[in-house]
Structures are given as structure tokens and as C-alpha cells.
Design a protein around this ligand. Structure first.
Ligand code: 1GP
Length: 237
């Protein structure tokens, strides 16, 4: 079964999914081993690996360690084509639909073809929407795009739905790593009720209670980065 098929089945069965975002800029290979020990005893179901500005050399090794020591599906969450690793299981092939920067809508994708065409990675087309999280985040800075306003549910919904019509298999609502405020429950609820494909929500989520609230609002998969970096006991709270 593919990773995407499993996500679809989880959605159908209301089995909520939880991803940890690991930024290779902040995690060494040795730390990857330690992380794995925590993750295998946690509710985490997926590992996302990526960052807005990583350009180091240990991505393949770190990805391989995370994959082999946890047995969890590892998906590349790329900020740039150079962040694609064949050691992963798949890739969220992101189009930044909230923005109007052609690099993040199609250019990076073209530049990824040579490596992806030769890889065994499961490629999952993902509509990526940056929603204002109360401060300028790395995605905004690196992509040079404006987020959708926190309160503009209609625009966020129409952008997500257009992504679905374009064939995106996942929609990802992103407040940005370390956001002051996560995507509102109201926006999540409205979009979840009005799209068919699974919904991912991430950015600025600081407690397991908020994770549950976001599930209850209709998200199928929640992404945690900063909160776990700050507290490795996060999933037990
Ligand atoms: C960022 O959504 C992820 O792409 C995670 O955000 O670091 O704020 O948890 P945080």
C-alpha cells in the first residue's frame, strides 16, 4: 500500500495522523538516532524532513537513519529541489498556491524532474497554503510571498478547492514554523467540510490539546515542529 492510500484509509476511518517535522539544519545524524527512540514510543505516524533553508550534506544519512530506526513513513518536505533525498519513502510535492511566485508554483518542480524521475520516491502532489500566523515566518521570507489573511476563510477555501480541482491529493494549511497563532479552527472546519482530499494543518501548534482541537475541527494530519524541538516530552503532555 502506498503512503497516500494509507492516508486516505485513515481519513475514511477517522484515524487521525500526526507528523513530526525534522529540520536537517537543526538535527545531526547522531541526534537522529536519539530522536528515533523517542518517536517510536510516541503517537507520531509520519516523519517529515525538510526546512526552508537547509543546504548541508547529511540529509541522505539523517533520512536513512530516521527511516530504518523508526519504520515510520518518511516524507521529504522540501524548501528547495536540493533537499530531495532518495533515502526517504516519498515527497510532498508542494505547490505554494497561496503565493504568486512562479518559482514555488512550477520552477522548482521543473528543476526537480531529473532527480525525481530516477527515484523511487512516492510523489504526492500537495496544495500548500500559507496562512498569516501573526509574524513573518521562514516560508514567507524564503518564498517572498504574502500569506492569506488569518480571517479570510473564503480566499483560503477557494484556494484549497482550486488546488483540489487542479489535482492536488493533499491540502496543507501552514501558519509557518514557530507561528504566533495556528490556523484558526473556524478556517480548518470550513475547509475540511468543503474539500474531499485529506487536510494537513501545521504551524504554531503548541499543545496536544490544540492538536485534538484541530483534529476535531476536521484536520486529518497535524504537523508538529517547534513544540517538539522545545520539549522532547511534548507528545506525552
Ligand atoms: C512548519 O507546519 C510546520 O512547516 C511546523 O510548524 O514548527 O510551528 O510546529 P511548527
Amino acid at each position: 500500500m502506498t503512503i497516500y492510500q494509507d492516508i486516505l484509509i485513515a481519513k475514511k476511518n477517522h484515524r487521525k495522523l500526526l507528523a513530526i517535522l525534522i529540520d536537517p539544519e537543526k538535527v545531526t545524524v547522531t541526534q537522529g538516532f536519539d530522536l528515533s527512540k523517542i518517536l517510536i514510543n510516541s503517537p507520531v505516524t509520519h516523519i517529515f524532513v525538510g526546512g526552508s533553508s537547509y543546504n548541508g550534506t547529511h540529509l541522505d544519512e539523517l533520512t536513512a537513519v530516521l527511516k530504518t530506526t523508526t519504520n515510520l513513513p518518511v516524507l521529504i518536505f522540501p524548501g528547495h529541489p536540493s533537499q530531495i533525498s532518495n533515502s526517504a519513502d516519498g515527497i510532498l510535492f508542494l505547490s505554494l498556491l497561496s503565493g504568486r511566485n512562479p518559482e514555488y508554483l512550477i520552477e522548482h518542480h521543473i528543476n526537480s524532474v531529473d532527480i525525481l524521475a530516477k527515484s523511487n520516491l512516492e510523489i504526492i502532489p500537495t496544495g500548500y497554503l500559507l496562512i498569516d500566523g501573526g509574524k513573518e515566518t521562514a516560508v514567507q521570507r524564503v518564498s517572498q510571498t504574502q500569506p492569506i489573511e488569518h480571517a479570510n476563510i473564503e480566499l483560503a477555501y477557494k484556494t484549497a478547492k482550486a488546488g483540489e480541482f487542479l489535482g492536488k491529493k493533499l491540502i496543507y494549511l501552514e501558519a509557518g514554523s514557530g507561528a504566533k497563532q495556528h490556523v484558526s479552527l473556524e478556517m480548518i472546519r470550513y475547509i475540511a467540510q468543503n474539500i474531499e482530499v485529506p487536510l494537513i494543518v501545521g504551524g504554531g501548534i503548541c499543545s496536544m490539546q490544540t492538536v485534538r482541537d484541530i483534529y476535531n475541527a476536521g484536520a486529518d494530519l497535524v504537523v508538529i515542529g517547534t513544540a517538539f524541538e522545545n520539549n522532547s516530552n511534548f507528545f506525552n503532555l
